[in-house]
Design a protein around this ligand. Structure first.
Ligand code: FAD
Ligand code: GLY
Length: 382
């Protein structure tokens, strides 16, 4: 009998890893505290935007994001095929807007290095900019247009992933409460809140913002913290021609606006330090509304019809944890994807599955080693 792989967490990362492993013929069980996709993954705006979201330079994280973007056309088609479910996946391209002359230098600098990584981006201004995005504020001076970027409808994508997993033979157990590591001996034994045990040969830790809770279990520092993202959506009718009110993903230094196929305009998102509190606050949404109107004046007279929030799994250095645990390679981490977990789901699934097959990751990925923050003092099992 082939080995069984246990996956802790049924968000986009756990489900993507499960699907990739099942496609490779592995036996997989996903163990989820509540409902699959019920945390950060179901709350996401679904942008696949490495050029617009990672603007510092071509570090290992940017390169990881870019690889994942390039896996997407095939990956999303496979998720649709295996699930029998459809979800929006739109190659809208993006505009990163500058309002002031002083912001132009940053856009130009970014464009220079991004071109070396395959971007066909350009800076667009004046009539050209307003032709691309007719309802954009006339206060916008220019924008970096990146045609390569896409977005999807995250709740539907996660639903399709879950269905694809089930169809591919993955066992999914939900509503288990917090699952803990009961034993790491010959095999690995996990315990649900009601005492039920699940036995396996390997463990993938995909528990998002909660991954830090395993620090004591594995004797390493796991500085993963929740950063709340508040986000809202407006109803967005279409022009008689069928054109959307907003055609691109539109970013500015304060956030983003993205129009979905279901005629909604998703506007995000705050970055709040609020522990594990995922409630929406009046202040948080008011702040979003303020700059939404600056970007698109037609929003002045509209109220968001939907407001929600999710907990992004942030890490101390901003990089995710992907790879095996030093000293016990049966334990593999795939957590801490912060603002880019939807984008990173295909590449993470591939890397985690490679690790589960005992393959060495290429040196670029050492930057994501789960052990990089050092050890902590005591290890015990409860
Ligand atoms: P989660 O989705 O949080 O899943 C972790 C799961 O593990 C949860 O279901 C939880 O219940 C379960 N769990 C935790 N502990 C245990 C345990 N002990 N036992 C059992 N189960 C456990 N990313 C993008 O790429 N593009 C975007 O446009 C984007 N927009 C975003 C907008 C917002 C407002 C937010 C909040 C996030 C956004 N993100 C975006 C980030 C993205 O949502 C996250 O990076 C991603 O969802 C992380 O996935 P995950 O599976 O690691 O975590
Ligand atoms: N990636 C968008 C967000 O995290 O809000």
């Amino acid at each position: 009998m082939s080995e069984r792989i246990l996956i802790m967490g049924g968000g986009v990362i756990g489900l993507s890893c499960a699907l990739e492993l099942a496609r490779r013929g592995r036996r997989v069980t996903v163990l989820e505290a509540n409902r699959c996709g019920g945390q950060a993954s179901g709350a996401a705006a679904g942008m696949l935007a490495p050029f617009s979201e990672n603007t510092d330079g071509p570090d290992a994280f940017f390169q990881l994001c870019l690889r994942s973007l390039r896996l997407y056309p095939e990956w999303q088609a496979e998720v649709k095929r295996l699930s029998g479910l459809d979800f929006e996946y739109t190659n809208s391209g993006s505009l990163y807007v500058a309002y002031h002359e002083a912001d132009m230098l940053a856009l130009q600098g970014r464009l220079l290095w991004q071109r070396q990584y395959g971007s066909t981006g350009r800076i667009v201004e004046g009539d050209e900019l307003f032709k691309l995005e007719p309802l954009l504020s006339r206060n916008a001076l220019a924008a970096l247009h990146t045609p390569e970027e896409s977005h999807l409808y995250a709740p539907d994508y996660v639903r399709a992933l879950e269905q694809a997993c089930r169809n591919a033979g993955v066992d999914i157990a939900e509503r288990l409460g917090k699952v803990t590591v009961a034993e790491r001996g010959n095999g690995i034994s996990l315990r649900a809140a009601d005492g039920r045990r699940f036995e396996g040969d390997r463990l993938l830790v995909c528990s998002g913002a909660w991954a830090g809770e395993l620090s004591e279990t594995f004797g390493i520092r796991i500085p993963v913290y929740p950063i709340r993202g508040q986000i809202c959506a407006y109803e967005a009718d279409r022009a008689p021609t069928g054109a959307r009110l907003v055609e691109h993903m539109v970013f500015c230094s304060q956030g983003y606006v993205v129009a979905k196929e279901n005629n909604t305009l998703v506007c995000g998102a705050s970055e709040d330090v609020a522990g594990f509190d995922s409630t929406v606050t009046e202040k948080g949404i008011e702040r979003l509304r303020k700059w939404n109107k600056r970007l698109f004046p037609f929003l002045e007279s509209r109220e968001p019809f939907h407001r929600w929030a999710g907990l992004r799994p942030s890490t101390q250095d901003g990089f995710p944890l992907i790879g095996p645990l030093e000293g016990d390679e049966r334990v593999i981490f795939a957590a801490g994807h912060y603002r880019n977990g939807i984008l990173l789901s295909p590449v993470t699934a591939k890397l985690a599955a490679d690790c589960a097959e005992g393959k060495r990751l290429e040196p670029l990925y050492e930057a994501f080693s789960p052990d990089r923050f050092g050890r902590r003092a005591s290890v015990h099992f409860s």
